[in-house]
Design a protein around this ligand. Structure first.
Ligand code: GUN
Length: 280
C-alpha cells in the first residue's frame, strides 16, 4: 500500500503559514494586492478565479477583480495590463488563461511587468529559473517540490522522469528538479519506448492530460508518482493521468486526484504574492 500524499493538508498548512506572515507584515504597514483579470465566461476559468480570490481572502491578500467581456480586444487588455503595471499599489498581476481567440496570449504574458508576474509565465521569470536566479516560479511545479519536501521524499541524486513538456508544468518542473540535484529526463509524445524510461524513475511526474494513461506496468516498485492530470473518467468522475487503483498497489507514494497537486497551485500563487513584496 502506497503512502498517499495529501495535497489538501499540505496546501492548508502552507496557506496557514502565509496567513501568519501576512499578518506580521500588516503590523509593519505592508500590504499585498493581487489583480486578477478574467476575460470571457469560460466556466472552468470562472471557478479557478473564484478559488484564487477566496484563497486571497483567507490569507489576507487584497484582491482586485477585473472581469472583461469575451469580445475584449487585445489592445484593451494590454492597456489594462499597462495600467496595473504602473499602479504601485498592485503587487501581482494574474491574467487567467486561456484567453479568447482574438487575443495573443504570449503578447499579454510578455506585457506583464516581470516584478508582478506571480504566475511565473513571463520569459524573464522562465529565464531566471533556468539559470538559478531569483524570480517567480510557475505555481504547479513549485507546488510539486513542496509536496515532495514536506513528504520527506528525497530528490538529490534520484532519477526523476517527467512525462509532458508544457511551458507551465513539464519544462519548469525539469528546472526545479535540477535545482534539487535530481537526474532529470523529460519525455513527451514523440518519446520512443516510454515505458522503459518511466520504469527507471524514482520520481515520476505526469502532466499529459490523458485519462489514466500511466498504468502499473509504467512504474518501478517503490517509486513516487505525482499526477498533475485533471481529467474525467467514463463515468464523469474526476481523475488524473495515472490509473490510481493499479499504480497505487506498486509504488511507494502517490498523489490522488482530486486532493493531490491541484490544491498546491493556489497555495503557491499565494506564496508568489508574498514574494512580490521582496521583488518590488
Ligand atoms: N489557467 C490554468 N491554469 C492557470 C494558471 O496557473 N494561471 C493562469 N493565469 N491561468 C491558468
Amino acid at each position: 500500500m502506497a503512502k498517499i500524499i495529501d495535497g489538501k493538508k499540505i496546501s492548508a498548512d502552507i496557506k496557514e503559514e502565509i496567513r501568519e506572515e501576512i499578518l506580521q507584515r500588516k503590523e509593519k504597514g505592508e500590504e499585498v494586492t493581487l489583480a486578477v483579470v478574467l476575460v470571457g465566461e469560460d466556466p472552468a476559468s470562472q471557478v479557478y478565479v473564484r478559488n484564487k480570490k477566496k484563497a486571497c481572502e483567507f490569507v489576507g491578500i487584497r484582491s482586485l477583480s477585473y472581469e472583461l467581456a469575451a469580445d475584449t480586444t487585445q489592445e484593451e487588455l494590454l492597456s489594462l495590463v499597462d495600467k496595473l503595471n504602473r499602479d504601485e499599489s498592485v503587487n501581482g498581476i494574474l491574467v487567467q488563461l486561456p484567453l479568447p481567440k482574438q487575443i495573443d496570449e504570449d503578447a499579454v504574458i510578455r506585457a506583464i511587468d516581470p516584478k508582478k508576474d506571480v504566475d511565473g509565465f513571463h520569459p524573464m521569470s522562465v529565464g531566471a529559473l533556468s539559470i538559478g536566479q531569483p524570480g517567480y516560479v510557475s505555481c504547479t511545479p513549485a507546488g510539486i517540490i513542496q509536496l515532495l519536501k514536506r513528504s520527506d521524499i528525497p530528490m538529490d541524486g534520484k532519477n526523476c522522469v517527467i512525462v509532458g513538456r508544457s511551458n507551465i508544468v513539464g519544462k519548469p518542473m525539469a528546472m526545479l528538479m535540477l535545482r534539487e540535484n535530481a537526474t532529470v529526463t523529460v519525455t513527451h509524445s514523440h518519446t520512443k519506448n516510454l515505458k522503459d524510461i518511466t520504469r527507471q524513475a524514482d520520481i515520476l511526474i505526469v502532466a499529459i492530460g490523458k485519462t489514466k494513461f500511466i498504468t502499473a506496468d509504467y512504474v518501478k516498485e517503490g517509486a513516487t508518482v505525482i499526477d498533475v492530470g485533471m481529467d474525467r473518467d467514463e463515468n464523469g468522475k474526476l481523475c488524473g493521468d495515472v490509473d490510481f487503483d493499479s499504480v497505487e498497489k506498486v509504488v511507494g507514494a502517490i498523489t490522488p486526484v482530486p486532493g493531490g497537486v491541484g490544491p498546491m497551485t493556489i497555495a503557491m500563487l499565494m506564496k508568489n504574492c508574498l514574494t512580490s513584496l521582496e521583488l518590488k
